[in-house]
Design a protein around this ligand. Structure first.
Ligand code: ADP
Ligand code: MG
Length: 321
């Protein structure tokens, strides 16, 4: 972000892989760059931000099921025809605020119809039929009536279902869900997560699930990337993140959540300190000022990079040489 106060590197050194049918949980405290990661993939980074380097390699899927060559999304024009063909159709986004993703003055049906007609050569009538079908599929009851309602006539849970319907209307191969259940009560949250799991089983899409809630990650993710200050500090299959976390930040995150079956009345341990502002990013490892394993002269001087520490397990920390 090229701001008047200087350059903010919201993301620098983010690297992860995501496979068809898998769910990658992206976790980290607020401000660590989860949403900017999602927006970068879709080419919708807000001004004054832009992508200055790196690669986002995405394998396109041809209609017949054959895989097309890999495209580097970071090199595409954000508003060019290829990115517009991918965004919303092959890669779809749902986020926390369904209120702001729907226009208040158009019916939800007409907005889903717009998305379908943007990417598919079909008539408005056919698109409306598809919109009703997809609303039914995501569990909206009486979709024939709901389709003609405004978003503010729906409950929070129904609005979130309608947003998922809009995202899925073009059968994406990658669904990016940015804090999709944060604004919902726990019962609705469970229903929405179950819905996403079911849709994934049926369609085989990859899901990138962004959340600060490790409970959601434990339930949903096959793999996890832990972010801190604009970097991935650890990536591993979900059971390794929970049972053999390596990075002190991951370990601290896990100590800060309640456990249902803990034997004693353990106290939760908050992570000391606060996330520094990206304007004054610490030297060396960005986590060093808060790290219980801090090694003076090393962690504040050199920048660790993400290195393999096991099968599919990588960590960015000098404790693991
Ligand atoms: P998260 O989703 O993990 O809470 P974000 O991805 O929204 O965090 O933001 C990461 C960082 O990117 C922020 O801490 C901020 O420094 C920077 N950032 C995001 N949007 C802007 C912007 N419009 N202008 C300047 N910096 C921004
Ligand atoms: Mg965010």
């Amino acid at each position: 972000y090229f701001t008047s106060k200087g350059v903010v590197r919201a993301l620098d050194g983010v690297s992860f892989d995501l496979y068809p049918g898998a769910t990658l949980g992206i976790v980290g405290e607020s401000g660590c760059g989860k949403s900017v990661t999602a927006r970068s993939i879709l080419g919708i980074v807000d001004r004054p931000g832009r992508i200055v380097g790196g690669e986002i390699r995405y394998r396109r899927q041809a209609p017949g099921g054959a895989a097309d060559p890999v495209v580097d999304l970071a090199k595409l024009q954000p508003n060019g025809s290829e990115m517009r063909a991918i965004r919303g159709a092959e890669i779809a986004l749902i986020f926390q605020e369904p209120m702001s993703s729907f226009s208040p003055v158009h019916t939800i049906g007409s907005q889903i119809v717009e998305v379908i007609m943007l990417h598919q050569q079909i008539s408005r009538g056919e698109a409306r039929g598809k919109a009703i079908e997809i609303l039914r599929r995501v569990g909206v009851s009486s979709p024939e009536q709901r389709v003609d309602q405004l978003s503010n006539q729906l409950s929070g849970g129904l609005r979130q279902r309608a947003m998922i319907a809009m995202a899925l209307s073009c059968h994406p191969t990658l669904l990016i869900a940015d804090e999709p259940t944060t604004a919902l009560d726990v019962t609705t949250q469970t229903q929405i997560l179950e819905l996403l799991r079911q849709l994934q089983r049926e369609d085989g899409m990859a899901i990138m699930l962004i959340t600060h809630d490790l409970g959601v990650v434990a339930e949903m993710a096959t793999d996890v990337a832990v972010m801190y200050l604009g970097r991935v500090v650890e990536q591993a299959p979900v059971d390794q993140i929970f049972h053999a976390p390596r990075h002190p930040y991951t370990q601290a995150l896990l100590r800060s959540i309640p456990r249902m079956r803990s034997r004693s009345r353990e106290r939760l341990t908050p992570i000391a300190g606060a996330v520094p502002h990206p304007y004054d990013r610490p030297s060396g490892c960005p986590f060093h000022p808060r790290c219980p394993e801090f090694m003076a002269g090393r962690c504040d001087k050199e920048e660790p990079i993400l290195r393999p520490v096991g099968d599919k397990h990588a960590v960015s920390c000098f404790l693991y040489p």
